[in-house]
Design a protein around this ligand. Structure first.
Ligand SMILES: Nc1ncnc2c1ncn2[C@@H]1O[C@H](COP(=O)(O)OP(=O)(O)OP(=O)(O)O)[C@@H](O)[C@H]1O
Length: 259
């Protein structure tokens, strides 16, 4: 899985935690405009891979390339500047801010500390605020939740809050969107809706989806990478990966969500 359209590339990434090899020479390529799934049984290394890309965990060996350039010592706060957005397992919405304000904050994580003072009290703030508000409303509308802009997150069903979190990730118009188990906590109907939303991103940013829910992964991904004990045991189109004997073997005895 390589190609000139690769926006994110991991080459032979190895991560060790006190002797335990969490990732063992993992390589993968996430192309622009496509959805790449990362799956694997419990403890396979999915979260570690996610954390390496985000700069939470530094690999002992190997490299992460972003738009062809090696990311040496990036940290999570560099992600927005790089053009990488993520949604985490927890929604991370600010309970005291409206839906619209939550999405606006997504465009500038440094505004978090002093949202109003940082974003609105500056001389050119009026103009910036109007443009940002417009962009945030556009993302909310694309995700079908513009009508909730003035509500507080806590007043909304979980599935709607997930859409808001997605809108917030997309407002900075990232080149890559990292989704960490977005189906967690959603009902079957909400997962179907989520699948539609993720499919709708095709042709836009590259998407890397780390997910337990097999039906979602198989239904939305253009390519799937399967980890087991920190190694890539299979990769390719979903239909090929699904029937791969090594994958079936790895999942033997695991409860496969949604399969
Ligand atoms: N900070 C850490 N310190 C020590 N060991 C860790 C740490 N983080 C992860 N591990 C270990 O590394 C391995 C890979 O863990 P990781 O969380 O990446 O797997 P995963 O595929 O995300 O699992 P799950 O599906 O259960 O979330 C596991 O054996 C885990 O116990």
């Amino acid at each position: 899985m390589s190609g000139s359209s690769a926006i994110l590339e991991l080459r032979e990434v190895t991560v060790r935690f006190a002797g335990l090899v969490a990732l063992d020479g993992v390589s993968l390529t996430a192309p622009q405009g496509r959805v790449t799934g990362v799956i694997g049984p419990n403890g396979a290394g999915k979260t570690t891979l996610f954390n390496v890309v985000c700069g939470f965990v530094r690999p002992e060996a190997g490299e992460v390339r972003w738009r062809g350039r090696v990311l040496g010592r990036h940290r999570p706060h560099d992600l927005t500047r790089l053009g990488i957005a993520r949604t985490l397992q927890g929604l991370g919405l600010f309970p005291g801010l409206t839906v619209l304000e939550n999405v606006m904050v997504g465009a500038d994580p440094h505004a978090r500390a002093g949202f109003w003072s940082g974003l609105f009290a500056l001389p050119r703030a009026d103009r910036d605020e109007a443009a940002l508000r417009e962009r945030a409303m556009a993302r909310l509308a694309e995700l079908g939740v513009a009508g909730e802009a003035a509500r507080l997150p806590g007043q909304l069903p979980y599935g709607v809050q997930k859409r808001v979190a997605l809108a917030r990730a997309l407002v900075a118009e990232p080149g890559l969107l990292l989704l960490d188990e977005p189906a967690a906590g959603l009902s079957a109907a909400e997962i179907d809706e989520l699948a539609g939303l993720i499919r709708g991103l095709r042709g836009g940013p590259g998407v890397v989806l780390v997910e337990h829910h097999m039906d979602l992964v198989m239904g939305v991904c253009d390519q799937v990478v399967v980890l087991d004990f920190g190694r890539v045991i299979a990769s390719g189109p979903p239909e090929r990966v699904r029937d791969d004997p090594a994958v079936l073997d790895a999942y033997l005895g695991e409860e496969v969500t949604g399969a």
